[in-house]
Each structure stands twice: as C-alpha cells, then as structure tokens.
Design a protein around this ligand. Structure first.
Ligand code: PEP
Ligand code: MG
Length: 300
C-alpha cells in the first residue's frame, strides 16, 4: 500500500462567496507535497534529461507510480514529454524553440509518446489513480485530436491540450472540441506572443504576465465552454489569480509555496469582485497600469 506522507487535507480553493477554483501544485518529479487539492502540472522531463537513451516503460511506470500513489482520489495532470528548446534531449530529434519540441516529438519519435502513455496507464492501474494527461505545444486541432486518440488507445480517458501558442489560443474552441480540457501555459504563450525568449532577463518586460496582449489571449481562451486551467508562473501571483478567476478560469496550478497566499487572497474576494477587477485590468494599456489597477481594487 502506498505510504501517505505529508498530505494534509485542506479545503478546496474558494472565493468569499463559495465559487470554487481548484488550487493545484506544479511539480517536476516525485516532490513531497503538503496540503494540496491535486497536481495541475506534473512535468515529466526529469525522466528523460541527461541520459543517452530513453527511460523504459518499466522505469517510467515506477516513477509515475511514486507520484500518483499518495494522490489517489485527487486530480493529477501528467504532461507528456516537452523536449526541445530549453530542454534538449539527444536521442529525440529535438531542436530550437521553433523546431521539434513538445507534442511535435510524435512526428519524429511516435514510440516515445506511446511508451510514455503506456507507462502512465500502467501506473494508474497499479495505484487506482485516474490521472489526466495533456500534451505540450499543441498548435492545431488536428494535433490535439491525434493526441487524444493515442491517449484513449492506452486507456487514458481524460486527455487535454496545453494552450501555449498564440495559434492555439486563437483557435482554442476548435481544439477544445477534440479534447476534454485545456490548460493555458502562460510562460510559453508570452514567449511566442512577444517573440521574446522567456529566459532572457533583458526582455523580462516583454514577457511580463500583466501585458495587455497576453491578458487578451487568455481572456479569449477563457470564453471557451470547457474545463480550463492555467499552469504557467502567472498563476502564482495572487492578484493575477483574482483576474483569472474573474475571467472564468476553473483551476490554477502553481509552485506549491504560493498556494497559501493565493488561497487566502481568493477567499477574501467574491466572484463579483474578481469579475470587476478583471474587467478593470483589461482596460489598462500597459503592464504597470494593469498591475496598479489590480493592487488598487484588491481587498487588503
Ligand atoms: C508554460 O509554458 O507556461 C508551462 C507551464 O510549461 P513550461 O514552463 O514547462 O514550458
Ligand atoms: Mg511551456
């Protein structure tokens, strides 16, 4: 039986008037977790980096089992390999930020995607968990459809698409028709919308999550009637969490240390206040104005 270690029960994320927003943890391996509703982004690159050949299905099964076992009964969203760009992998034909990365690996090495989905399915069967799976760097509805079909062939019934490319944000409705949920990756969405390397400190002002153009893209996606999460760094900012709640986002995944402050801030505002705040922020013309507006309107 799995050892349930360090999981304190917390209530679900809620506004002051009881509107639920799932507050989930972002993890990059079998990290110890305390008091989480679930995991909104489990990055799996750690299994693939720094080695000369891919991990076997069995190696992956054991690693996924370690993450899933203590979280049985809670939501866990496992993201398939996002190799490429800042996460180069020699045995996969990965390349630049504009090359083979994310789900595009299915073109060069479909076996890697299949093995990974099989390992996730076996770990789920071992533990009784029901993980959701999602693909990074989805650009088109066709890519989303192919991913969901492959996931279902492996018995994984809840498959989603990350929305982290502007093309995917603009056509999020069509992508949503092919999958069970969407998850907005604000780190890459900002990088590709502004053509600015997300790791370049000199361009940090362009990939600022308060940029009005980025908020427009997120607001456009938020209108799609499906389950929508946000799993980029922006979800860790308590004021942006209020904005996203006001836009109708269903779940926020963040670094676990940010969960308490986001939970407290959300609980201090009603859904109506979040909506007003989001509307006011969206009228801003600059990141500074947007942030200032949110600071002024937020309680406390
Ligand atoms: C993102 O792009 O916002 C995201 C969550 O994925 P990663 O940071 O792993 O690219
Ligand atoms: Mg990304």
């Amino acid at each position: 039986a799995p050892v349930r270690r360090g999981l304190l029960d917390v209530g679900p994320g809620r506004t002051a008037d009881g509107h639920g927003v799932e507050l989930l943890a972002t993890i990059g391996g079998p990290d110890p977790l305390h008091g989480v509703e679930g995991v909104g982004l489990f990055r799996t690159e750690f299994l693939f980096l720094g080695r000369s050949r891919p991990p076997t299905v069995e190696e992956q099964r054991l690693a996924y089992r370690e993450v899933l076992a203590p979280l049985v009964g809670r939501k866990v969203v496992v993201r398939t390999l996002d190799a490429g760009s800042d996460k180069p992998i020699p045995y996969a034909a990965t390349g630049s930020a504009l090359g083979i990365r994310g789900i595009r690996i299915a073109r060069a090495r479909p076996d890697l995607l299949r093995d990974q989905l099989e390992a996730i399915a076996r770990a789920a069967a071992d533990t009784g968990a029901a993980p959701w799976v999602m693909a990074p760097m989805i650009a088109t509805p066709a890519e989303a459809a192919a991913f969901a079909a492959t996931a279902r062939e492996h018995g994984l019934t809840t498959a989603g698409a990350m929305v982290e490319l502007p093309a995917a944000a603009l056509r999020a409705g069509d992508i949503a028709s092919e999958v069970d949920f969407l998850s907005i990756g604000t780190n890459d969405l900002a990088q590709y919308a502004f053509a600015a390397d997300r790791h370049l400190a000199d361009l940090a002002d362009l990939v600022d999550p308060w940029q009005p153009a980025l908020l427009d893209l997120i607001a456009h996606v938020a209108k799609v009637p499906t389950h929508i999460g946000i799993c980029g760094e922006a979800a860790s900012d308590p004021l942006l969490a209020l904005v996203f709640t006001g836009l109708g986002i269903d779940s926020l995944s963040m670094t676990p240390q940010s969960l308490p402050i986001v939970r407290t801030t959300l609980a201090a505002h009603t859904l109506a206040q979040c909506r007003e705040l989001a509307a006011a922020v969206r009228r801003a013309k600059t990141p500074a104005e947007a942030r200032g507006t949110a600071r002024r309107l937020a309680v406390g």
